[in-house]
Design a binder for this molecule. Structure first.
Ligand code: GTP
Ligand code: MG
Length: 300
């Protein structure tokens, strides 16, 4: 395992460096860089999954929250170096240096507002780049994207739908993008088109993983249907599905910590494995955690 980690880090580092150089030149989307992207409907829980995966807090909540791509570039620093972070955008030379991860959501929201010229219903294809360097961190690029919008709401022009569509397609079609297709478990999967969109760009299913969110909101009587998805029966994917429970809106408002949310998730799954008729297999509850929250920064 240690060898794998060292080999992986050696292989990933030049890519991360290339990504930084291309981003500085606003060319990050012209070459296909290895990266993990979260895609799915608005409010499906994309940013929450990214936060659970990286340990880095992202803005999340009701309505249209993520309004431009947020590229999180994690690099492993030499032992003894302290946590450092630099936030920038691809459309300006302004940089911000947060002291702790907890400052990030507010900074990201502020920059989103600048990129969308103060309109909270608008979107921007300009990217917010968060570069974090810390000893013990994996070398990884994760991208948070705005959600798919089907109908424009008050204050949004209909061009928003096409704008998001094009933005998502630009990321999906890159051959080195791992697609985390985020699907709320409390919605009928027949109404979710992200799997079809992923299939168009990844017909062999080599880089698409299904992630079911909000299992705590599944309506009574629908558990078997959800279990059939997790067991890869209902909408089979080559890489299958995992299920993850993140903070609810109420827990967000209560400000419960990352650690407390993880414990709550553990409790939820141990109490509801019978409910979802998932049997003794443990693969369904393995999370895509890269266990970075301790390595990446001060506890939060
Ligand atoms: N109950 C419950 N709520 C969740 C879960 N995951 C996310 N949420 C809530 O769902 C809402 C949307 O979560 P986000 O992570 O912001 O979703 P998103 O897909 O990034 O949203 P946009 O960026 O606006 O498209 C928030 O209020 C979260 O607290 C979950 O597993 N269970
Ligand atoms: Mg989001």
């Amino acid at each position: 395992m240690a060898n794998f980690t060292v080999d992986y880090a050696n292989e990933a580092k030049p890519w991360i460096k290339l990504s930084e150089d291309l981003t500085a030149l606003s060319l990050e989307n012209t070459l296909s860089l290895p990266q993990i992207c979260v895609v799915g409907d608005q409010s499906s829980g994309k940013s929450s999954v990214l936060e659970a995966l990286s340990g880095i807090p992202f803005p999340s909540g009701a309505g249209l929250v993520t309004r431009c791509p947020v590229r999180l570039v994690l690099t492993c620093a030499a032992a003894g170096t302290s946590w450092s972070c630099l936030v920038s955008t691809t459309s300006s030379s302004q940089t911000i240096t947060p002291k702790t991860p907890q400052e990030l959501p507010a900074i990201i929201l502020r920059l989103s507002e600048t990129l969308t010229h103060g309109s909270n219903s608008d979107l921007s294809a300009d990217t917010i780049v968060v570069q974090i360097s810390s000893p013990g961190s994996p070398d990884l690029i994760l991208v948070d994207l705005p959600g798919i919008v089907r109908t424009a709401t008050a204050g949004q022009g209909s061009q928003v739908i096409t704008q998001i569509d094009n933005l998502i397609t630009d990321y999906l079609k890159q051959e080195n993008t791992i697609i985390l297709a985020i699907i709320p478990a409390n919605q009928d999967i027949a109404t979710i088109d992200i799997l079809e969109r992923a299939r168009l760009v990844d017909p062999a299913g080599e880089r698409t993983l299904g992630v079911l969110t909000k299992p705590d909101l599944v309506g009574a009587g629908n558990e078997e249907e959800v279990a059939a998805i997790v067991k890869n029966i209902r909408k089979p994917l080559r890489l299958g599905f995992i299920m993850i429970k993140n903070r609810s809106q109420v827990q967000n408002e209560q400000g419960i910590s990352y650690q407390a949310a993880k414990e709550d998730e553990e409790l939820f799954f141990s109490a509801s494995s019978d409910l979802f008729v998932l049997g003794s297999s443990t693969s369904w509850k393995q999370q895509p955690s890269i266990d970075t929250h301790q390595a990446i920064g001060p506890a939060h």
